[in-house]
Design a protein around this ligand. Structure first.
Ligand code: ADP
Length: 274
């Protein structure tokens, strides 16, 4: 037992033999920062548009007049700086690492801002990756943030689990491709959130259809959508569908996601940001 034991385990992080309450695994936020809400953006697999959706939700939140931030926890596949056209290095101060700022004012932190060359692969074991994510929370001087979006690593493995345990996630948005909605992959992501006692705020079906630029007919290339069915089954209140849009892909490639147009996520943003 510590010499200064207050006999109130909920106030103490020490893992001593006298502990009567479970130890919280939550990491402390950087001492010069305040973050009002933390929203995780998750997917069952990589490449389904999770980073794109994270970026668009942050841009829409910022456009509503709130201070948004993105913590890029997808350490082995970081794409947040790229979609915003940020290639510089993060700067440090005595109180911590300073996040980069996008053109519309969203604060971001990603491993790509710390690597010597942004094309370098991150070949680290799980605990080191998890440690980097925790440091993004504790060592980055975020300042005052209204809504922080966490671009989570895909899947339900070690690193997503650490993120759920270490950061005070208020809710998650699940991003899936049309194929994933018919497989068990979405169910796994939803069940993981349930087990971590985190509410699922929304379900996004990305690349849901293609809209013909000439006749504006919607073509459901992967078959009719199953999003309504799944949302009802898991009692998810907010859903959105994003089409396959070459203009979106081009904006991501050019680093211009700040300027995207399209109302696909407007309702969901209204639902989250209230
Ligand atoms: P994830 O974060 O799930 O790995 P990304 O958001 O990085 O996926 O998206 C993977 C690639 O697919 C990116 O190049 C992105 O521009 C493209 N992409 C994602 N969604 C769309 C879409 N709806 N229309 C066109 N391209 C898209």
């Amino acid at each position: 037992m510590s010499e200064n034991c207050s006999h109130n385990c909920s106030e103490c992080g020490s893992d001593c033999s006298e502990r009567t309450a479970p130890q919280s695994l939550l990491e402390p936020l950087n001492k010069n920062s305040s973050v009002k809400k933390v929203i995780g953006v998750v997917s069952g697999k990589g490449g389904v548009g999770k980073s794109l959706v994270t970026a668009m939700l942050a841009v829409l939140t910022q456009r509503k007049g709130y201070q948004a931030a993105i913590l890029d926890a997808d350490i082995t596949g970081p794409s947040i700086p790229k979609v915003f056209g940020i290639h510089g290095k993060a700067l440090g101060s005595e109180d911590g690492i300073l996040p980069a700022e996008t053109k519309c004012g969203t604060k971001i932190m990603s491993i790509n801002l710390l690597l010597e060359h942004e094309g370098d692969p991150v070949i680290w074991r799980g605990p080191i990756i998890a440690g980097a994510v925790k440091q993004f929370w504790t060592d980055v001087k975020w300042g005052t943030v209204d809504y922080m979006f966490v671009d989570m690593p895909p899947g339900t493995g070690d690193v997503p689990l650490t993120v759920f345990q270490s950061l005070p996630i208020d809710g998650i948005i699940v991003v899936a491709s049309p194929q994933e909605l018919v497989e068990m992959i979405v169910e796994k992501a939803v069940r993981m959130a349930e087990m971590m006692h985190v509410p699922v705020l929304g379900l996004v079906e990305n690349m849901a259809y293609f809209e013909c630029p000439t006749c504006h007919d919607k073509h459901f290339i992967f078959g009719q959508s199953h999003i309504a069915e799944l949302a009802a089954r898991f009692q998810i209140d907010s859903t959105a569908q994003i089409p396959i849009d070459p203009a979106l892909a081009a904006l991501c490639d050019q680093g211009g996601i700040d300027t995207f147009t399209g109302n696909w996520l407007d309702q969901m943003t209204k639902f989250i940001v209230q």
